[in-house]
Design a protein around this ligand. Sequence first.
Ligand code: BTN
Length: 269
Amino acid sequence: MSMDWDLSRSLIKEKVEDSNFINELLVLEEVDSTNDFLKREIDNLQTPALVVANCQNAGKGSKGRSWISQPESGIWMSLLIKPSINMQKTPMLTLVMAVSVAEACADVCDQKIQIKWPNDIICNGKKICGILTEMKQSSSEGYGVVIGAGINVNTEMFPTELVKKATSLYLETGEKRQRFDLIGRVVKRFSHNYQLFLQKTDLSLLLDIYCGMSATIGNDVCVMDVNGSYNAKALKIETDGSLTVECEDGQMRSVYGDEVSVRGIYGYI
Ligand code: BTN
């Protein structure tokens, strides 16, 4: 598959224009990381800005990990927005993007699409997308939020250590997909969900849909924080994006996605 037909700027532009949301679109053949690109260019771009790359040579995952971003195989995209909201609320935007990607993926395939709190998109029990949100002060006005999404669309195989945990839409459906179409759907869903978020500056208007797709609620999980790890039951997701868990001694705790990792006790979810 060549980039010409499924990741050309004109095809992405046409799809993205539908939602009237993006003010600047950049499509790159190769970049270090689409998140880092937007953070570097923050003062030179109109927002919302969207950058899509065919390949990242230093793709970043969460918690300092790297993110495999081979050419042709997936969607490596980041969005730069400058919301006028309290900075402490920005981690919620990660969940807004998670819902948007999950909805877009569910739109294009019949597989079971879920969200592993806070922001992994799961297809048939394995991860197809991760989201990394970062903040950057701009020298002119306010600060910017960069929300990067890596979606495994047409990936044919993963390294052995990831095989049990990662998958792609292609591996689950047997069909290759046009990346520009899915990018357009994600942007459309995000522009809608972002308006719902801004109405209340929290997740209250998105919680039903988020919880309806949650792979975490009701599960026994292992919460890992700076002090170590403990087992708990995942009970509820709150309007601020936190997860309420019940510890083994009956104590309730609120955990925040930027502070902890949550794993299933019996497997990845
Ligand atoms: C995770 O570890 O789950 C988060 C992965 C985020 C990957 C995306 S790909 C586009 C954007 N640019 C990056 O360097 N990372 C994010």
